[in-house]
Design a protein around this ligand. Structure first.
Ligand code: AMP
Ligand code: MG
Length: 415
């Protein structure tokens, strides 16, 4: 970062301004390593993959039936053999001849058209009759060699995250291993004297620790390695020691809590000792206070997220995720956005971006609508549970009337 990050002081930052500054937090993606196919789910390609073969390898049948050479000179053809998937024809076809063929089998030399089983009759002898010759088109039901991917062409670009379809494509090329970026190791802490681990009794003034578990879920969805360092007390010395230890072991350190106005002093003191850090006030709701910067001589990226559980998830998605994606080899990553119509009026304020929890559906005319899922306080996780999207109401808008378009970011979209 030009560490303009640290010169921004107490000024209120716009969301996109904060996102731009954060691009400087990570200079380069993590190193790459070669991994076998079975270990690639969720990883990001470090190098482009070009296809070593044509896929499919041979021009082949897309249906069970017969293969023939155009034109189908007669309605009745001589059946001269069979070619099954996994074998190939020993001879070619001449006009008036056909071969029985199964889906996926290479076309015999000379053949260019397939007629499906359902349109054939077998009058006896080695003959086959086409019942609907008028419907046959030259080249039908044939998959051309290389029609999916041709040899030498770009199959997957560097920076592609490997989901089910990408993994299937790699395998279909015969690629058994690929170079991918190392998985980010992310250390997480909760903080606060009141924050209590689930599974232990809740003290009078306690609150159970939700944040570490939401963060674990988010990091898991991004295929990160998680170093869960538990709950820190509101104490600068303990905090400083824990943070510098974490910075040494991790590629990123994330805390939650302890950054709100009036409560930030202890984390500020801790970070002054072990890092270089800015406190930002961001013009958004939820999630206004955010600390970010570097820890330790390793200059490990650090995020101090707000304490309220929904603010943690929203700030993670808007600010932490793009930085993690840079580490993972996806610079310039942006969430996918859709436009929907507000099913109810939405409250928002000029001068800040409001992220509301919503649920979307389409009506019989194919229009997409979105409805808020309930109370929108930054600690209300139940409305987050019901949500499948965040409604992003831009800083320029003062409220949204029913039927007006709004922008959605889909939740649980980690492709
Ligand atoms: P803070 O920024 O530390 O003042 O926290 C803001 C609010 O979030 C307070 O009500 C905290 O009790 C709550 N909070 C902080 N950390 C957590 C956590 N890990 N899980 C649930 N609530 C939390
Ligand atoms: Mg706290």
């Amino acid at each position: 970062m030009s560490l303009s990050c640290f010169d921004l002081g107490e000024r209120m930052l716009a969301v996109d301004e904060a996102q731009r500054h954060l691009e400087g937090l990570v200079a380069a993606p993590l190193a790459s390593e070669s991994c076998p196919l079975g270990e690639l789910p969720g990883r990001v390609l470090a190098d482009a993959i070009r296809s070593p073969i044509d896929v499919p390898q041979n021009t082949n049948a897309a249906m069970d039936g017969i293969a023939l050479a155009w034109p189908a000179a007669a309605e009745t053809l001589a059946l001269v053999g069979t070619v099954l998937a996994g074998s190939h024809a020993e001879r070619g076809l001449a006009a008036g001849e056909a071969m029985a063929i199964t889906t996926g089998a290479p076309l015999p030399p000379g053949a260019d058209t397939v007629i499906m089983q359902e349109q054939l009759a077998f009058p006896g002898g080695d003959r086959v009759r086409v019942t609907r010759p008028d419907t046959v088109r030259r080249g039908q039901h044939v998959r051309q060699a290389g029609e999916d991917v041709s040899r030498g062409s770009l199959a997957l670009a560097a920076g592609t995250r490997l989901g089910p379809a990408q993994l299937g494509l790699l395998a279909s090329l015969g690629v058994a291993e690929a170079r991918v970026h190392r998985r980010p190791r992310v250390a997480i802490f909760s903080s606060g004297d009141e924050v209590t681990a689930p599974g232990t009794p809740l003290p009078m003034a306690g609150i159970y620790d939700a944040n570490r578990y939401s963060l674990r879920g988010l990091l898991d969805a991004l295929s990160c390695e998680i170093i869960d360092l538990g709950i820190l007390p509101d104490d600068s010395e303990t905090m400083a020691a824990a943070l510098s230890g974490a910075a040494f072991r991790a590629d990123m350190v994330i805390t939650s809590g302890g950054v709100s106005v009036g409560r930030a002093d202890w984390i500020k003191a801790a970070l002054g000792e072990v890092g270089e850090l800015g406190f930002w006030r961001i013009a958004m709701r939820p999630g206004r206070p955010l600390a970010c910067g570097w820890l330790g001589p390793e200059r490990t990226p650090f995020f101090g997220l707000p304490g309220n559980p929904v603010a943690v998830m929203v700030t993670f998605l808007q600010f932490v995720q793009p930085v993690l994606r840079r580490l993972m080899g996806q610079p310039g990553w942006q969430p996918r956005r859709l436009t929907a119509l507000a099913a109810t009026p939405l409250a928002s304020r000029v001068g800040r971006v409001d992220y509301l929890r919503g649920s979307y559906h389409s009506d019989s005319q194919g229009r997409l609508w979105v409805t808020p899922t309930g109370r929108q306080g930054s600690g209300i996780l139940t409305s987050m549970v019901l949500a499948d999207c965040l409604i992003e109401v831009g800083a320029e808008r003062e409220g949204v009337a029913e039927g007006e378009p709004v922008t959605l970011q889909l939740l649980n979209d980690f492709s």
